[in-house]
Design a protein around this ligand. Structure first.
Ligand SMILES: Nc1ncnc2c1ncn2[C@@H]1O[C@H](COP(=O)(O)OP(=O)(O)OP(=O)(O)O)[C@@H](O)[C@H]1O
Ligand SMILES: [Mg+2]
Length: 411
């Protein structure tokens, strides 16, 4: 399916159980108003082609609670942006505002240049899979998927064709006549995604679509979402998750959120490789943050930067300009560190305090001698040669310079 080659449809179907069409007025009776949205424009926002999704200054308050504060984000046609952040950071609030399920306190939402901030959800032409998926329990799978199409009076033959196509895309072609109760959780989730896709939306919003599934099913469906994404080269996707694996696997860019705010936003690989803040380094890839002192003035990305940790001086990759003597954090992911015998040349002296078998690796925890009390996690493939718990060890930093981020960017 090539959604961009077709006229975009309206009638997003936020999947909630409903006893009847009347119980879901935001789905039913949708009028086609999104004419031209996303169709026939080249990928990527340019001065002449507005982004598929353009969020500016979005603020949502519930009384004293600020769910979202001055949030800005643009998503280009064909781009997938993941909203990643801990529970309560405001991810779903962003999606709800884009879908039209809530009215923001301030700010604007535009879809391909059209201001939809105060438009009803069913006029926006968006495909939505909400956080706690739920299909209409009294409808068969095919009818669930056909819902948005019938609401906009797509002819019967075309509806049947699109339902079959959407079910095929999510690997559920053989399940059209079943009721939701006759499906597993993962299968129901696939149907919810098929329902969002059936209307061929130029914009697809997915809120933790895999969170209710067990680990094996999650991995399966993640692979399918990757394939699906390749099949939908023109669709702009916002994907909410608190799972970094999903964000890394699916997103072109990641927006990291914390406490109702956008913390960092960048291309997925860049954000992972050169996180700009302590928070993003720790959240995306569970990096160790090792306090260090900058040896001499350095610019952002300077090739000859150095940092001092304990008695070691090591090359560093500064995420911003630093002054000599400034304290900063070295970002070191657990799998990049090695454990050696205490006193080995060029290692950080530490004490081994814990070991946890994780199947493919062992996660070791160590306390650095200097700076004292700093805990460092280190993943190793084997315990061969690793000293006993409570014994001194030497921690080997990676050969490539560690990224250096400013302190106080826990944000
Ligand atoms: N209707 C509401 N009334 C009051 N506070 C709300 C309401 N909806 C959300 N909030 C608050 O807004 C904040 C952001 O909520 P949101 O649902 O966007 O978080 P989230 O990042 O999606 O979290 P999770 O990962 O748990 O789904 C939270 O502190 C939440 O308690
Ligand atoms: Mg949420």
């Amino acid at each position: 399916m090539n959604a961009g080659a077709t006229k975009p449809a309206s009638a997003a179907a936020p999947p909630r159980p409903a006893a009847s069409v009347e119980d879901a007025p935001h789905i039913a009776g949708a009028a086609e108003t999104a004419a031209g949205t996303g169709a026939g424009v080249p990928a990527g926002p340019t001065p002449t082609t507005p982004p598929a999704i353009d969020i500016t200054g979005l603020t949502v308050r519930y009384g004293q609670v600020t769910a979202l504060e001055a949030f800005d984000l643009q998503v280009a046609r064909g781009e997938t942006v993941a909203l990643l952040g801990p529970s309560g950071s405001g991810k779903s609030t962003v999606l709800k505002a884009v879908a039209g399920f809530l009215r923001p306190t301030a700010g604007r939402v535009r879809l391909t240049g059209r201001d939809v901030t105060h438009e009803a959800p069913n006029k926006r032409g968006i495909g939505v899979v909400v956080q706690n998926y739920a299909l209409f329990p009294h409808m068969r799978v095919a009818d669930n998927v056909a819902f948005g199409l019938r609401a906009r009076r797509v002819p019967r033959a075309e509806t049947a064709r699109r339902v079959a196509e959407a079910l095929e895309m999510v690997g559920m072609a053989g399940y059209a006549r079943r009721y939701p109760r006759e499906l597993s959780g993962g299968q129901q989730q696939r149907v919810a995604i098929a329902r969002a896709l059936a209307i061929r939306p130029p914009v697809l919003l997915l809120d933790e679509p895999l969170s209710a599934l067990d680990a094996a099913l999650r991995a399966d469906l993640l692979g399918e979402l990757q394939r699906l994404r390749a099949d939908l080269p023109d669709v702009a996707i916002m994907y909410v998750t608190h799972d970094q694996t999903e964000a890394l696997a699916l997103a072109d860019r990641i927006a990291v959120m914390r406490d109702a705010r956008l913390v960092d936003l960048d291309a997925t690989d860049r954000l992972y490789r050169r996180p700009p803040s302590e928070f993003t380094a720790a959240f995306l890839g569970a990096a160790n943050l090792i306090p260090a002192q900058v040896v001499r003035d350095c610019a952002d990305g300077a090739g000859d930067a150095q940092a001092r940790v304990g008695a070691l001086t090591v090359p560093a990759d500064p995420a911003r300009a630093f002054r000599a003597g400034e304290t900063a954090m070295l970002v070191a992911r657990p799998h990049t560190l090695g454990i050696e015998a205490a006193g080995a040349d060029g290692t950080l002296p530490a004490t081994l305090t814990g070991s946890q078998w994780r199947g493919a690796t062992y996660r070791l925890t160590c306390l650095l001698d200097e700076p004292s009390g700093v805990e460092v996690r280190c993943d190793v493939a084997t315990m061969d040669g690793v000293p006993a718990l409570g014994q001194p060890v030497g921690i080997r930093l990676p050969a490539d310079p560690c990224v250096l981020v400013p302190t106080g960017t826990q944000r």
